[in-house]
Design a protein around this ligand. Structure first.
Ligand code: AHM
Ligand code: MG
Length: 284
């Protein structure tokens, strides 16, 4: 059973250098939109197709779903695992050559599934170096990815620093709710702003330095921007496994059941004290 999860992790690790290599020539927009109505880059489609092919090649992977396609690609509904991915999270950063990532969740139920059905999740970060963070069996590891997909583990037991330092919140400030803006006023007095526009990069700063990342529900858009299955669950599983907390504003993202494949959610992850205060502020 765990061998199949290893196979999935190896497949993501082997695909990531190819995704990275393919970025330079794929910075232009495709004519299509993804199911969330956002323009797709050639790089989004390229990464999605590579991951679909590599992951469905694994016997234990029964289906693949991603932010970039309308429906689940079914291979074997009786297989043990089902993978959801955001093939290039933060791909609007490609034009300005800033950090992006690949995010994935391995579920033991057909998709859309509950966050409690995750058995592993993780992300690849295309920063100055390529790293891969994996959560499984209650722990989190960080590895540097070599060009051939080999993982050199650099942290066997990654855990959120106890002392929070940084924060990053998405969405335009005039669209923040009064309750959320009041909370941010407090956070601004205590922590340092770090916001790069790719959730995966911004959350990795929180994992490294401690603090909180969020993309809130907005005025006129209470569901926020980020997607529960492709971004919310996988990143919540990583942060909670690293000793932090996650929330949709009320409860852990892992306890949020998706109504549909592309459902959006307000998303907050990081230091549990800051998540508690956020839930208090939004609950007022
Ligand atoms: P994407 O997966 O299509 O790239 O969109 C998600 C990204 C997140 O990585 C990031 O947190 C957010 O969109 C940034 O949005 P904004 O540009 O509105 O700040
Ligand atoms: Mg994304």
């Amino acid at each position: 059973m765990s061998d199949a999860i290893d196979e999935i992790l190896d497949a993501v690790a082997a695909t990531a250098p190819e995704v990275r290599d393919g970025l330079a020539g794929r910075r232009v927009y495709e004519s299509g939109e993804n199911p969330s109505g956002e323009q797709q880059l050639e790089a989004d489609v390229y990464a999605d197709e590579l991951l679909e092919e590599r992951l469905l090649d694994i016997d234990a992977v029964g289906s693949y779903a991603s932010e970039e396609r309308d429906d689940v690609v079914e291979d074997d509904p009786d297989a043990e695992y089902h993978v959801a991915a955001d093939p290039l999270d933060g791909s609007s950063n490609l034009k300005s050559n800033n950090t992006m990532g690949t995010l994935f969740g391995v579920y033991e139920s057909p998709l859309p599934a509950s966050g409690r059905d995750l058995v592993a999740s993780g992300f690849v970060l295309y920063g100055p170096i390529t790293t891969m963070v994996v959560a499984r069996d209650g722990g989190v590891t960080e590895a540097v990815l070599e060009d051939d997909g080999t993982r050199q583990v650099v942290d066997e037991d990654l855990s959120l620093p106890e002392e929070p330092t940084v924060y990053g919140f998405g969405g335009r400030v005039p669209q923040w709710t009064d309750d959320f803006a009041g909370y941010v006023d407090e956070v601004e007095d205590e922590l340092k702003l770090r916001y790069g526009g790719a959730m995966i990069g911004d959350v990795n700063q929180v994992l490294t330095y401690g603090g909180i990342f969020g993309y809130p529900g907005l005025e006129g858009r209470p569901e926020g921007k980020l997607r529960l299955l492709f971004e919310g669950h996988p990143i919540a599983y990583v942060v909670e496994s690293a000793g932090g907390a996650s929330s949709n504003g009320e409860r852990s993202l892992l306890d949020c059941e998706p109504d549909g494949l592309h459902q959006r959610t307000p998303l907050f992850v990081g230091d549990d004290g800051y998540i508690d205060r956020l839930e208090d502020a939004l609950g007022e």
